[in-house]
Every structure is written in C-alpha cells, then in structure tokens.
Design a protein around this ligand. Structure first.
Ligand code: PLP
Length: 284
C-alpha cells in the first residue's frame, strides 16, 4: 500500500514520523475518515470542513498541503486501486523534538498522514443485512466530543466490551441519555418518527448524520432532534447508527432486548438505500 506522509507518497513500510510526535505522545491530533464507493469520495466537502473546524478548535495550524487534500485523497485512491473502501487522514500538532505539555512554537509543522483501506463489498456488507447487536456502556469521555480527535482509547475499549458480550458495538450513555455509538451517531424510530440526539459538544457532528437527516426530511419523514434514554431505545420500533465507514447500519438488539422482529427495520433499510443512492450522485 502506498501512503502519504508530510508531502511524500511512500510504501507504508518506508513512511515514518518522529517518536516525539504529539499525536503519539499526547493524542494531540485530529482525523477524518471518508468512504470510497466506485473509486469516488463520499461527502468529501463535509469531511474537509469538519477537519478545518477541529483544527481551529484546538488552535492547530492548517497544514501547508490543506488546499491539496482533495488531490492527495484522489491520488491515494488511484495508486492503491481502491473501488470500495475508506481513506483515513490524520493531522497532529507535530513535534519540536522533545516531550513537553506546552504546545511547541506556532511555526512547528503539523504532521499529515493519509492511508487507504481496501474494503470490497462495503456498500452491501453482510453486517448491514444482519444488523448490529449493541450493548450500552457509560460515557466517560471528555467534554469536547464535537472535535474529532485521535483520543480513541475509550471507544476502543467499548468495542472490546461489546465483543466480550458477544455483540458488535456499544452505545454510550450519560445521565441516562444515549450520547452516541463508539464510532457512529445513534438513532431510534418510534411511531414512524426518527429520533436522534441534538448537536452539542456532547457528540460528534456526523457528516453522515447531516446527510441522512437531510434525505429523510426530503423524503417527508419526521425527524426529532432530542436526547433519548436507553430504556426508550429498548422500547422503540427500530434503531440504527450512521457513520462514514458503515453508512446507515441497522441495530437489531440493545442490551439483549430484541428490536422488532430482530431483523433490520424498514426505515433503517430505506435510509441506507437513499443514502447510498444520493451520496453517490455527489461523490467526487
Ligand atoms: N460519532 C463518533 C464518536 C464517531 O467516531 C463517528 C465517526 O467516526 C461518528 C459519530 C460518525 O461521524 P461521520 O458520519 O462523520 O463518520
């Protein structure tokens, strides 16, 4: 696989970053994941805009190659022959050659890394046909979940807890209310209404969420942006998640409670189809 690091395209075995990089030492970095379908980037403009916002919120300078990011994404997709898959972009605050809590001087160059993941069959995955079984766990993350940082230890632990329980993923709960999934936004459907938590610093402002809610409204579906409890979720007609890496993913079980008949619900299935159709039209 060819990867991109700080201005160069290299074989992955030859790409390096400093051991003092603040991404490595302090999780001082942000990232984006964009899906690739038919060799094209899905929702790229949204991901780029959110990257810019994440950088701003953390007082990180824009990397010099910021304006070339579209070309860099496209080049990696091309050289690695990706038809369906993901492309991962990480920007860290870099390093001035030592470890210190204080940020390095403002002229320290950010580290920019991109790599692809080939995932044939992503759009019509077996997982999306079966739906996910999830568990709920307490949300103990920091208070700025709207910034897409590389502090992914707790979400990783959440996935491991789900796995240990024989499930696929976890939803996080704070003050009794569902915040989001480990790597996705969370939704329930009750009486035909699509319910998902309102935007705030408590959750990531999903790019897929924004698109799916827009398509749902265009299809005359009712959307309610508000918090919901895990108990309300267990009594819902359906549940699902959204993310760039799994699009719309039905949820068929929550904490051992089966949703509906235990198969993906009709609204989740329809939204998945609409999202795949519509987002392909604007893929670049
Ligand atoms: N919430 C969290 C915590 C995530 O990590 C992600 C994606 O990685 C999402 C939500 C979904 O965001 P997006 O649709 O932009 O991929």
């Amino acid at each position: 696989r060819t990867v991109y690091v700080n201005g160069e395209y290299l074989p992955e075995t030859e790409a390096t970053v400093s051991i003092f990089d603040r991404g490595f030492l302090m999780a001082d970095g942000v990232y984006e994941v964009t899906s690739v379908l038919g060799g094209k980037l899905i929702d790229f403009a949204g991901h780029l805009k959110r990257l810019e916002r994440s950088l701003n919120e953390l007082d990180m300078q824009k990397p010099a190659d910021f304006d070339n990011l579209l070309d860099i994404h496209r080049e990696l997709v091309r050289v690695n022959g990706i038809d369906e898959g993901l492309i991962y972009l990480q920007v860290t605050r870099g390093s001035d050659g030592d470890r210190d809590f204080a940020f390095p001087s403002a002229d320290t160059k950010p580290t920019v890394v991109l790599f692809t993941q080939n995932k044939p069959g992503l759009a019509h995955s077996e997982a999306s046909k079966k739906g996910n079984k999830i568990i709920s766990i307490e949300d103990i993350r920091w208070g700025r979940r709207d910034i897409k940082t590389v502090q992914l230890l707790y979400p990783s632990m959440g996935k491991m807890m789900a796995k240990a329980a024989g499930c696929d993923d976890a939803w996080m709960v704070e003050d009794g209310k569902v915040t989001e999934g480990t790597s996705n936004n969370a939704y329930i459907v009750k009486g035909g209404k699509i319910i998902t938590r309102q935007l705030s610093n408590d959750i990531l402002h999903g790019i897929t969420r924004a698109a799916v809610l827009r398509f749902a409204k265009e299809a005359q579906m009712v959307v309610e942006e508000r918090s919901f409890t895990i108990d309300e979720a267990k009594e819902a007609d359906e549940a699902f998640t959204t993310s760039a890496s799994a699009f719309v993913m039905p949820v068929v079980e929550i904490d051992g409670v089966q949703m509906g008949d235990g198969t993906p619900g009709p609204i989740a299935k329809r939204l998945r189809e609409i999202y795949l159709d519509e987002s392909l039209k604007t893929a670049i």
